[in-house]
Structure formats: structure tokens, C-alpha cells
Design a protein around this ligand. Structure first.
Ligand SMILES: [Zn+2]
Length: 502
């Protein structure tokens, strides 16, 4: 009786560790035992594989079949191993030669008729398999995602029969490639549609330059949401490594594959009714949430005070560490979450506090309570707080009010980021404390000024270092080697709104 070994890959966070599928046929009553999979998945996989083999014209061995998926302690979702299990049974029962499987890995779910169905997390699987120097066969429906790699070693097939014919050299399997084109033009909201708001546009550009967190405060209709949605259009494109990581996160999150956005920085704007799990990730098989989908890009929270407090509080850790740890029963999953936080809010519950033409109906107490929905520690991590006043209607028609555009801002942002990457290998928002001492030196009088301001505004040591990083970005935009007084003053001004009004 026979033994066959087939290689496949599990999905753990955004990695794809190797799984050895061992199939052993022995005498005894015909039965299948699968070890190394959770009970429910075992039953489903067993039934699918049996039907797929029979419906593809193969015989199902009338012997005792033991299948082991090793390592046993790896969490496994059943369906992705169907193809490997089916091929293992074929090789162990000598319906195909064992050598035909050498140097290959397989991934895919089987339908009862033997067709190959797509699975999630193909990109990490393809990366890991090709790094290992093996060829990989995937479902045809997944080929776009794997096609991003441009590898000659990833092949796709439509059915189990296709795969077998390919392995035996009777058919040539096609190499996985992109069937959609990556769009070169970006159809994104543009700053040229923003009327006036020079101060807010400047703030948005500064925030983009160093990936700083930004909160817009203004009455309804002032254009806060439009301004924030212009962020992806002024950010430079992602590097290939970043783009693949972003796609891998989308893939394991089960999001539909969309090549047209490849290399574009993500922009996620969850509604305030989104659950904590949707925001940070989780579930029985922990999946990444909005904050991980925003990795290498921006997370925009409109109507910030409307988000439940406990949802906002979980943002604190990833805002510092750039990752999120999700604890689930005995397991912990870690997903990347290096995002820039953008947020918008009204100045008060009715929206018109400080507005020229409308009277605010809120009591001082109501306003204080409203603002207190944003906790001090979260506010501490928001580098820039910017007021966006409502414009007089007359200005909307004046062409001079539309003087900005995203192309110009993106040039400024890209130039500033080049300086940062060359100097320290990361954007300014990610500068660690040791780096700060090297690259954010202040003149003694400026240092005193900053300390005094922090005391006056009751700012924490964390806010102090965040102001330094922000001042560094402002100096970089001016291509100045040293932070000067006016750069520091601008950075401090972005901290004053919340701390002096409330
Ligand atoms: Zn009000």
C-alpha cells in the first residue's frame, strides 16, 4: 500500500506557512481519517474530495486512508487543502506517479464536480512558495492576484483534471498573470475642487508629508470630508514591497481583488456604526480590520465623536506601534496597522459653535461633554487639529478661491518624503526617540519655547515628541536642514485649537 507527500500552504495572519499533506493507504475497512484539521472541516473536506475524484473519472480507493496535515498545531481552514489531498490520494493509489508532484505546491478548494474554486490569501501563498523555489498550482479564479508577482512558477488550472493533465505533461498549464490592467491615472478627489480653505489644504499637505495624524474641526458643509478624501490623491505611490503587503492584507481579509488600485495608498473610511471587530480585526478566524486595511495609507473617521468610545480607545496602541495584536481564545494574531489617522468632527453637537451666520444652540456644558468623547490619550496622538470654517456663499463662485490642486501638493509631499527616506529610512511620523535627538535638534531658545508651550497647554511628553516630528516635516517641506523657529511655531499652532477652546 502507498504513501504520498504533497505540499500546500496554510494562512496565518499575512504569512503562508508550509503544510505537508501525507496520505497513507493501508488494508482494512474503507474509511478516511484526516488528522491535523478541526472536526467540522475534516468532514466537509472528506466529502468534497471523494465526490471530486469520482466525478473526475478517478477511482476512490477502497482502503483505509489516513491523511495527516502537518504541523498539527497550525490553525487550518479546511477547503484550501482539497486539491493537495485529492492529488495525494491519486499518488498514493498509483493513479498518478508520485514523482509528478515533485517540486510543486498546490492550493485550492474542489467542487463536487472536480472544479477548482478560489481561496483567500493567494498572494502570501504564492510569495512563500516561489521563495521556497517550488512551482505553485492555483485556481484559475485566483490568477489575477498571483499575477501581481509576475512569476513564471505560478500556474493556474480550472479543475482537478486540468491539474493532473498538466502534471503528466498532457496539457500545458498557463502561467498566472494579471488579466486586468493597473490604472496609471488616478481617479481620485482633487484639491482643485476645494473652495478656499488655504489653511486646511496646507495642513493636509503637511500631514501627508510626514504621515502625521490630523483632525479637522468645522461646521457641517465646510468641506471637511472633501478635504480628507483628497488625501490619497496627494500621497506618493507605494513601493512594490509595500503594495504587495497591502494586497496580502486585503487578500486574507477576504476583500475582492482589485488590481486597478495596486500601488495606490489605501484610504479606508469606516462608518461610525462599524463594530470594534470590523475596525481592529478579529472573529473566530481572526481577520484584519479597517486599521490593517489602511496599512501604508490613511484611515479616515468622519464624525469622530460618534464612534463608540471603546472603538476609539483600541486605536491608541496601533497608533504607537504600527501593528495590532488580536487575542482570540488561546491564540494571538498580529497584523500590520501602520496607518495615518484622519478625522473630522463638528465643533459642537449642533455644529455651529463659532460660526458667523448661524447661532449655536448648545450650552457650554454640552460642548464640553461632546468634545470629551475624544479622550485625552487619543487626542494626544493626533498631531494636528485644524479648524475648517464655513465659507461665505459669495466666495464659491470666485475662481481665485480655487487655487490649489492635488498635483502640486503631491509634488511637495513626494519631495519631502524623499528627504526623509534618504535621511532616516522612514517617514517623520515613524521617527523613534533616539532618531529624534539626531534629526530634530532645536536651538536652545526654541527648546525653551516648546517646553513652555507644552506646560501652558498641559501637553504630555508624547505630545512634545510629536510636535518635534511635525516641525521636522515642515522644515523638510522648506528643504531646510535644521528646524527653525517658524517651523516649530507652525507645528505648535496645530496643537492649539482643541486645547484652548474646550
Ligand atoms: Zn452648537
Amino acid at each position: 500500500m502507498g504513501l504520498a507527500i504533497v505540499y500546500s500552504r496554510a494562512q496565518v495572519e499575512i504569512d503562508a506557512p508550509e503544510v505537508r499533506v501525507e496520505v497513507h493507504l493501508s488494508g482494512g475497512l474503507p474509511r478516511i481519517f484526516i488528522v491535523g484539521l478541526p472536526e467540522a472541516a475534516v468532514k466537509e473536506s472528506r466529502d468534497r474530495v471523494r465526490s471530486a475524484l469520482i466525478n473526475s473519472g478517478f477511482s476512490f480507493p477502497a482502503s483505509r486512508i489516513t491523511i495527516s496535515l502537518a504541523p498539527a498545531d497550525l490553525p487550518k481552514d479546511g477547503s484550501r487543502f482539497d486539491l493537495a489531498i485529492a492529488l495525494g490520494i491519486l499518488a498514493a493509489s498509483a493513479q498518478i506517479p508520485k514523482q509528478a508532484l515533485d517540486g510543486y505546491e498546490f492550493i485550492g478548494e474542489l467542487s463536487l464536480a472536480g472544479e477548482l474554486r478560489p481561496v483567500s490569501g493567494i498572494l502570501p501563498t504564492a510569495l512563500a512558495a516561489t521563495r521556497k523555489g517550488r512551482k505553485l498550482i492555483i485556481p484559475e479564479a485566483n490568477q489575477d492576484e498571483a499575477g501581481l508577482l509576475n512569476s513564471d512558477d505560478v500556474f493556474c488550472a480550472a479543475s482537478l483534471l486540468n491539474v493532473v493533465a498538466g502534471l503528466l505533461g498532457r496539457e500545458t498549464l498557463s502561467v498566472a498573470q494579471l488579466t486586468t490592467t493597473i490604472s496609471a491615472t488616478r481617479n481620485l478627489p482633487d484639491l482643485k475642487n476645494v473652495c478656499g480653505q488655504q489653511h486646511a489644504i496646507r495642513a493636509l499637505t503637511v500631514a501627508a508629508s510626514g504621515a502625521h495624524n490630523l483632525l479637522f474641526i468645522g461646521p457641517p458643509g465646510s468641506g471637511k470630508t472633501l478635504l480628507a478624501s483628497c488625501m490619497p490623491g496627494i500621497l506618493p505611490g507605494l513601493t512594490k514591497a509595500e503594495a504587495l503587503e497591502v494586497m496580502a492584507i486585503r487578500s486574507v481579509a477576504g476583500k475582492p481583488f482589485d488590481a486597478s488600485s495596486f500601488k495606490q495608498p489605501p484610504f479606508q473610511n469606516p462608518h461610525h456604526t462599524a463594530s470594534a471587530v470590523a475596525m481592529v480585526g478579529g472573529g473566530s478566524k481572526p481577520r484584519p480590520g479597517e486599521i490593517s486595511l489602511a496599512h501604508c495609507g490613511a484611515l479616515f473617521l468622519d464624525e469622530l465623536p460618534e464612534f463608540p468610545r471603546q472603538v476609539l480607545e483600541v486605536l491608541r496602541e496601533p497608533l504607537e506601534s504600527g501593528q495590532i495584536v488580536i487575542s482570540r481564545a488561546a491564540r494571538q494574531s498580529t497584523y500590520p496597522a501602520q496607518f495615518q489617522l484622519l478625522a473630522a468632527m463638528n465643533p459642537c453637537p449642533c455644529g455651529f459653535s463659532g460660526d458667523r451666520d448661524n447661532n449655536c444652540r448648545c450650552s457650554r456644558e454640552q460642548i464640553v461633554r461632546y468634545r470629551q468623547r475624544i479622550s485625552g490619550p487619543l487626542l494626544d496622538r493626533i498631531d494636528m487639529q485644524v479648524e475648517v470654517p464655513r465659507l461665505a456663499l459669495g466666495k464659491l463662485k470666485n475662481p481665485e478661491e480655487y487655487s490649489a490642486n492635488s498635483t502640486a501638493s503631491r509634488k511637495q509631499v513626494s519631495a519631502a518624503r524623499v528627504i526623509q527616506i534618504q535621511r532616516q529610512g522612514c517617514v517623520n511620523a515613524q521617527l523613534c526617540n533616539e532618531q529624534l535627538q539626531d534629526v530634530c535638534q532645536l536651538q536652545p531658545s526654541d527648546q525653551d519655547f516648546l517646553i513652555q508651550t507644552c506646560e501652558q497647554l498641559h501637553l504630555s511628553a508624547r505630545a512634545y515628541t510629536r510636535i518635534l516630528r511635525l516641525a521636522r516635516s515642515i522644515a523638510d517641506m522648506a528643504t531646510e536642514a535644521d528646524i527653525q523657529t517658524q517651523h516649530l511655531a507652525e507645528a505648535i499652532a496645530y496643537r492649539r485649537v482643541f486645547n484652548t477652546h474646550a
